[in-house]
Design a protein around this ligand. Sequence first.
Ligand code: AMP
Length: 422
Amino acid sequence: MSERPQAPRGTFDVLPDQAALRLAVERCARGALEAAGYQRIETPVFEDTDVFRRTVGESTDIVQKEMYTFEDAGGRSLTLRPEVTAPIVRAYIEHGMHKLPQPVKLWYLGPCFRYERAQAGRYRQFWQLGAEALGSDDPAVDAESILLLATILDELGVRGTRLRIASLGAPASRARYRELLQGHLRAHEDRLAAEVRARIDLNPLRAFDSDHPGTREVMASAPLLLDHLDAADAEHFAQVRELLDAAELPYEIDPTLVRGLDYYTRTVFELTSDALGAQSGVGGGGRYDGLAEQLGGAHVPGMGWAAGIERILLAAEERPVPAPICDLYVAVTGNVPGAGGPAAVAAFALAAEARRAGVPTQIELAGRSLKGQLKQAARLGARYVAIVADEGIELKDMQSAQQESVDSAGAVVAHVLRGRHA
Ligand code: AMP
């Protein structure tokens, strides 16, 4: 026997139960985001590789080892998107969205791809829900964006959330700080983990992420970026905090907050849940005022976040999902099941008419006996069953168990509609 194919490692099938839960997340997020003026955008699942190389950063894990990059038959280098912010900024520039009233507020939901070590809460294909506000550097944009994600997670019942915020400042003050930090790391090089040592030049900030005991000791006395912001960035951060305080959203300031993408400037934040294990990040984001320029556009400040649908579901309380409604089940009798015939055709026409009238309707599709059909209708929670025979139609009310003859398909539909509104 030949081997049976399975879903690739780090990917999963979304079966109907899970699909219903995911739809509930989508509905909640969409409600909150659209009420705040965010509009949906969809970008392609793959982009020119350059879109990510130029923005996410050459030295990041994502670009160095996690991208699904391939050459198409035309010899172009394409990449399955590892994140969606850079594609959205690409779309903003491409479609001249700077001509619209600013900020342009967009939300998205779709799959992302990263070649990561697969484990609970970490997959190679996962879905991100995200929101981006482009074209304003007002601190109110930052606060509104953070508050929206916190509210959505709260409404979805995500347990034990913790919000950490920081500011990375502008590129110039970050560059000055980077040198300072590199000096500190070099002065204590012998106590650092090998991989931290190897990254002193490329990405010294990641040293704050290390679990290595020696490195942690060295980092305890490291200079902090928050203490080296220039006056405008410090003021911007103070205003964001003031607005979050005004909205009564609790947060912690974490001067060591490091994000895995290079394009962030000023505000960064992360929401974690203690209901998750090692992969505790549910969502996060920040400001990216230089991203549009990295993609060849004009200066367009931006702020946004992304949250993982699978992590949201892992961290949320289980909530029952309502079963789909079935108001009418159309059963057939009098024919050989599955062999067609006038009653089967009349039943099909009745179901089509009922659906046109907006009645949630299901039809017998498996050639069951009449008894089997009534059982199936009960399983589906059908309110009415229409039993179509060569001689005519009987309508059974499944609540009262009363059955009566009905003289036409139109009369069945009218009766069911009356019953629904009763
Ligand atoms: P990032 O773009 O890395 O800031 O990720 C934003 C959010 O996406 C995280 O907080 C997670 O919820 C989710 N996420 C990122 N990578 C993965 C992954 N490999 N598997 C599942 N969820 C992920």
